[in-house]
Design a binder for this molecule. Sequence first.
Ligand code: ATP
Length: 715
Amino acid sequence: MDILKVLSRGTKKSAKTSLSGGSAVGKLPSSGTKTNPQLYHDEVRGQKRKRDVEEPESKIPEVLPEVDFFAPKDVAESKPAKMAESNKAKRAASPDAEAEAKLLSAEECRQLLRSHRLKVTLLGKREEQHKVKKPKKKKAVVEVKKDKKPPQLNPQPLVSFGQLRSTYNLSRRVAENLSYQGYRVPTEVQMGSMPLLIRPDLALKGEEGLENGIDLLAVAPTGSGKTISFLVPTINNIMRRRAQEKLHGIHELEAIVIVPTRELAYQIVNVGNQLVKGTGIKIVGMRKGMILAAESQDIGEGDSDDEVEKPEESEDEEEDEYDEEEEENEKKEKSRKPKVVSKVDILITTPLLLLNFLTSGSTSTQKVLPTVRDLILDEADVLLDPLFREQTLGIWNACSSSELRLSFWSATMGSNIETLVTEKLASRAESLGLSQRPLVRLVVGLKDTAVPNIVHRLIYTASEQGKLLGLRQLLRPTSSIDSGPPLRPPFLVFTQTIERATALQEELKYDIPLEAGGSSRIAALHSGLPDAARAAIMRKFRSGEIWVLITTDVLARGVDFAGVNGVLNYDVPGSSAAYVHRAGRTGRAGREGGIAVTFYTKEDIPFVKTVANVIAESEKQAGKTVEESSVQKWLLDALPNVGKEDRKKLKERGVESRRSGNKAQITSRSGYERRKEHNRKGAIEGSKKRKMEAEDDGNGKGKGDGGGEWGGFDD
Ligand SMILES: Nc1ncnc2c1ncn2[C@@H]1O[C@H](COP(=O)(O)OP(=O)(O)OP(=O)(O)O)[C@@H](O)[C@H]1O
């Protein structure tokens, strides 16, 4: 009998739904099928037919018109102007009149936002005093609404990428770079956030107090394209300001993106490098020992002597592997004396790396970064979690510009994080004597605790060994779940601790036949490995050399492997947010056919309910009925609720018995076999480690390099 049929008893075969289920055959994420990245298309009552409001796809130019964004209007817009000759009469005198004429009506906005499950509200102090200009009366009358619910906004949604240029005047270069990525339609979060961040005055026409832009808190599903949602407006804002102030060929640190892990930092640098080609803007990942153009709060202007500008090092725009570039730069930088300020326009960093720079040197001074105008927190909920909070707030405080715009992004955002952000923004505005910028909250989907476009399965086994057996079975080339399509690598396998990740790798090492590549197809990545080893594993997994990557929560957030077919939770995740982020490593950009399997034993039962709830919610959002759900109601009802204290403990420590002692071990062998194996392994590991350390010393990046990053809580 197929062990999985026994193991997954109590789960049902999925029915056909709009988003996931049996229709996934042949649509595995790794098959690379171009799917519609949008997750939701609900019918809204009284909605005009889509084609009445959306720009038809054919209208989206493959390559955008060769016009100079900043050239005088008559030159820059000669081609489009000719095409729009007949509309000339309608144009008003204002330079924005043309763009405004293209905006959707309030009702069209409302319907589009609703059909894509986009909810936009105003948060913070301003929500009590939501001022709206009443357009009907001649003289604008200000209406003050007092409502407990945050006021809902209906900003202009982005209906096509072409609109970024035609309506929102995006830089031609950036628009072209974006078009080369081959994206056809914007995802929901891109629809909602890009107009708001590029032209809040147009996107929120009629709202007051937008002169200085907005701060944004965006909650959108995993893999929904949040990275370009924040990168494109940030790059554009820098270009626009420099063009307006006629600052050409300069480098000034204007934006910082904080992320929890170095893998995510490298990834964002690579995405960013595609978007800034030909713009002159430099996106750089923070490195240990890097010097930024900072000011010291006590010394004041003038700065330290060693921060002397040097001629720019040659830039290789074709380089897309950040780690190689990083090593090269590091070598160059080391050989240079005196140390120079790095040329950076947009910095991507983990919190501790940047904080170490800001607090290094004299203990009586603190460096500040007055030139930074955009601070972006990617995976904001974890960056503002107690583990990182002080570091993140330290950076936030160091960004001293009164023009600082903030944005917060994640697939999961607890109300405690929203409160913290709201209060912090209010107190900052007060201390700087400024009126608070509107804080806009954008949420995609009905609830943030869901991954709607993939298949979820919970598998009970009686023991740890049962989990191992189950996992082995899943990794077999012919296995499938519920007689569905065969499971195929690449797989990401999540464990609770570094120890368990390495032990599991050892266990599974020989499970892949030699003819298929053998042990080289399986690797473990965790925060205990040196940088170079981590980068090499990431590269091999992306290229398909590694099929099974065993990891900890260090890879749970943000990293984008488009073709991961299966996420296997060998150990139950510590919270519903952790489940969402882990599961969200498959099914990226709306891809279907991805599967998340979670094994659980008796010991996990107190904590399974959080996972089961996310699965139920995901399936509900995907349009499944309760009867069709893979988590049956009896199971949900039977699972105990977890108390607040236990939840907190699990989030921080995981299942306690897996942290140490016998139960922390993963093995299918007898004590004698294990001892024998242990001795052999000890010798091999020792030599490997020595080799690794030697390599590590060689490139100057050790594991204690102060990355200060997320690896799950305390792994
Ligand atoms: N409009 C689009 N159409 C198709 N693919 C897109 C689009 N926008 C982004 N993508 C792709 O979607 C994938 C996921 O994007 P990204 O990593 O930004 O997601 P995310 O929302 O940040 O996810 P996470 O919450 O997991 O960090 C990337 O491979 C990206 O290239």
